[in-house]
Every structure is written in C-alpha cells, then in structure tokens.
Design a protein around this ligand. Structure first.
Ligand code: PGA
Ligand code: ZN
Length: 421
C-alpha cells in the first residue's frame, strides 16, 4: 500500500450526551486535505479507578470544572507537531508514538481523552482514504459477524436518581442470527416495558443511557417488570431473550465505606447492607430464580477473590463480566485470567486510550475463551466507531444502551447499515 501522510489534526471542545464537554478530533490527509477522519471521545460516570486518565481542566468557573481545553490544546499543538508527516496506515506505530509522547502508564500527561481522539480519528481517516468502512479496514476479510445487542432498558445506580442501586438492567435479545431481528425484539420489549410501568403507575422518565428510571421497590421488582414486558411483547424469556445486569458494585463498595462499613456492599438508595458472602448468595438466588445470562462487575474492582468465587460457582452457565475490574487493560486481564476471576470482558476504548491497545486486549481475551462485549459510556456522542470495532474483531455482544436517544441508537443504526453492506 502506498504511503499517505498525516497533514493536520484539528481538535475542538464539544458536548457529550450529558451536556459535559468532550474532545472532538479531525485528522486530515491528501494534497488539498481532501481526506478526513473524525472521532468523538465518550466519558463514564461510574469510572473504574484503574482507567486511563481523562484530562479535565478542573476550573470550577467553566462547565463545573469539566472543560477539556487542555486536552484539546495538547492535540492542536504538541501532538499535531509530532505526528504531522506520519504514514496514516501505520496505526500501531502511531499509537506507540502517542504512548511514548505521553510517557506515563495512565496517559496522565496528554490525557487519554486526547490520545484516544487522535488514535481513532487517524484510523477513520485511513479507512476513508481507502474508501473502506472502518470495520473492514481494521478487521479485513474476517470481519463478518455482528454482535448481539445488550440493551440497558432500566437504569439505576449512578445513571439515575431513582431508588435502584444496581446500575443497569439489560435485555439480551437473541431471537435470530440477524442483528436487525434482535434489535427489533429489543425495541419492542422497550416499548412494552413503558406500558407495563405506566400501567403500574410508575414514572417513565429516562436515565443516562435511555432506559427508564422508575422508583421501584427494589431490584427484583425491576427484573419482574422486564419479564412481564418480554412476555407482553410476545417473546419467550430465556429461549429468546435473557436478562443481563451491570451491578457496577465498586459504587456499592464505596458507599459502604462512607457509612463506615468497609468491606461490605451497600444498596445505598434503599439502605440495605450486605457482607461479601451475603452478596454472593444474593447472586446465586437471583440466577436460580430469573433468566439471567450475564452479570457485570458483581463485586468491587479490587475484590478479585469474590469474582473468582462467583465465577467458580456459576461461570458454567452465566457470564461474569469484568468492566471496572479489567478496564480494557492487558495486565489486569492477564491477572484475571490467572485467577479465573471472570469469563467475559467489557471493552471500552477510552478506558485504555488507543485503538491498538484495545485490539490487543480483545485478542488476549478471545485467546482465553473470554466473551468480549464492546461498550459505550454513559456520556456518549454521535461517534459510531465501537460498532465497527465490534464487527472488526468479532465481539459477541455490544452494549449501547436502550433503543432511545440518538447517542445510543447511532451505534445500532450503524450495525443495521453494516448488516446490509
Ligand atoms: P459508565 O457506565 O460509562 O458510567 O462507566 C457504563 C458501565 O459501567 O458499563
Ligand atoms: Zn459497567
């Protein structure tokens, strides 16, 4: 392939789906800068401690301290000056340059938000110059399986101000081999859930990821409402649609600390405290009672023993997913593989900061039989690169929230388009 040189990087501060500032990057190439590739960086609310560093300005007078003008400036000046003239088809070399320019393990100097924006803008640029969709540029001829959607239709935890402490109640529609059929089932169940909630007098306002955020009695009532919605929509639970939870238990662990109950887990929104053993038993009971196919972050990000205990007990039938536990980080995943702490990993490019590192983590996970789930963040944008990365790497599932709000639906729509290509 002939070389194509990077001409310019242009970064801006834009807004994410929660109205917080984030980084947008455009990378340009060609004689007249006639080629470009773009990227918007997402942002989490329940971020793991071990995630790569998101650089924010911390100037309380601007956007409540959340502006990203330093990250933008780093791209427009320092990174641009160092990268102009690189061959845009050498993605891993470029990502390594970015890692070295920063020089810290957590990408603290330039900001992982600056680095990821550049990394993905250049990948999109390279694909565009070849007139190729991103998934094909990254995945080549093997990129032909679409993921199953995991749709977060009921929101709790840090993503809402209702009284559910578990963060996400997802449906996993697996009614056919076609992505479009699964998406349709998910959307129909979402509408059916709205009806169920309304009929029971609940509020149907939505949380950060487009799911409803009603004030239910407890987490089990949330699961029961979803089961009713599945049935009302004409689908069969377990056989066609299962339920997945993202507990985001680091939050519960931290809430317990705040009330001086270190080492326990606190459903802080309804004031129920559990010891580690009680929490383990809680999961075992839930799995017995309900069609639950997957539980993400069932324990806190450093509670490796409990992850291992749960995986040992239920890992043959349920996916135990590490999100805050692994933070898309190769070393943490290696540790998890050794300890048999999970059998599935959430993949979020902004947790680690470059496309190349994201692909390496997916590769290691797959080589150990882990299921890989690509994921959005609660603060999202119109960027759809994760849909392409899912197809490129054969991730089995994608988490992109409820079938509601453009920031969530953009990824699903991109997959509908890829399905038809
Ligand atoms: P976050 O939540 O983007 O707020 O971190 C998503 C998740 O925990 O999976
Ligand atoms: Zn999570």
């Amino acid at each position: 392939m002939e070389k194509m040189l990077l001409k310019r990087l242009i970064a801006l501060q834009v807004l994410d789906s929660r109205g917080n500032p984030t980084v947008f990057v455009e990378a340009r190439a060609g004689e007249m800068e006639e080629f470009c590739g773009r990227s918007f960086v997402p942002s989490g609310a329940s971020t793991g401690t071990f995630e790569a560093f998101e650089l924010r300005d911390n100037d309380e007078k601007m956007y409540n301290g959340k502006s990203v003008l330093k990250a933008v400036e780093n791209i427009n000046t320092y990174i641009n000056n160092k990268l102009v003239g690189v061959n845009i088809y050498e993605q891993s070399k470029i990502d390594n340059m970015l890692i070295n320019l920063d020089g810290t393990p957590s990408k603290r100097n330039l900001g992982a938000n600056a680095i990821l924006g550049v990394s993905l803008a250049i990948a999109n640029l390279a694909a565009n110059t070849l007139n190729m969709p991103l998934y094909k540029y990254i995945g080549g001829i093997n990129a032909n399986t679409l993921p199953i959607p995991m749709m977060n239709i009921l929101n709790g935890g840090r993503h809402s101000n209702n009284n559910l402490s578990i963060q996400e109640f997802m449906i996993v529609p697996n009614v056919s081999n076609e992505f479009s059929d699964n998406l349709r089932a998910g959307a129909e169940i979402y509408h059916s859930l709205k009806k169920v909630l309304k009929e029971n007098g609940y509020y149907v306002g939505i949380g950060d990821e487009g799911g409803f955020a009603p004030n239910l009695k407890d987490e089990e009532e949330a699961i029961e409402a979803i089961l009713k919605a599945i049935e009302d929509a004409g689908y069969v639970a377990w056989k066609e649609v299962s339920i997945a939870l993202d507990v985001a238990a680091s939050e519960m662990y931290n809430e317990a600390k705040k009330i001086n109950e270190e080492g326990k887990y606190y459903f802080w929104k309804r004031e129920a405290l559990k010891t580690k053993e009680e929490f383990l038993q809680y999961y075992i009971n839930l799995i017995k009672k309900y069609p639950i196919s997957s539980i993400e972050d069932p324990f806190a990000e450093e509670d490796w023993e409990m992850f291992t205990a749960l995986t040992e007990k239920v890992g043959n039938k349920v996916k135990i997913v590490g999100d805050d536990l692994f933070v898309t980080n190769l070393e943490r995943l290696e540790k998890g593989i050794q300890r048999k702490a999970a059998n599935s990993i959430l993949i979020k490019p902004n947790q680690i900061g470059t496309l190349t590192e994201t692909l390496e983590t997916i590769k290691l996970a797959k080589s150990h039989g882990f299921e890989t789930i690509i994921s959005h963040r609660s603060g999202e944008t119109e960027d759809t690169s994760i849909a392409d990365i899912a197809v490129a790497t054969g991730c089995q599932k994608i988490k992109s929230g409820a079938p509601c709000r453009t920031d969530r639906v953009a990824k699903y729509n991109r997959l509908l388009y890829i399905e038809k290509l």
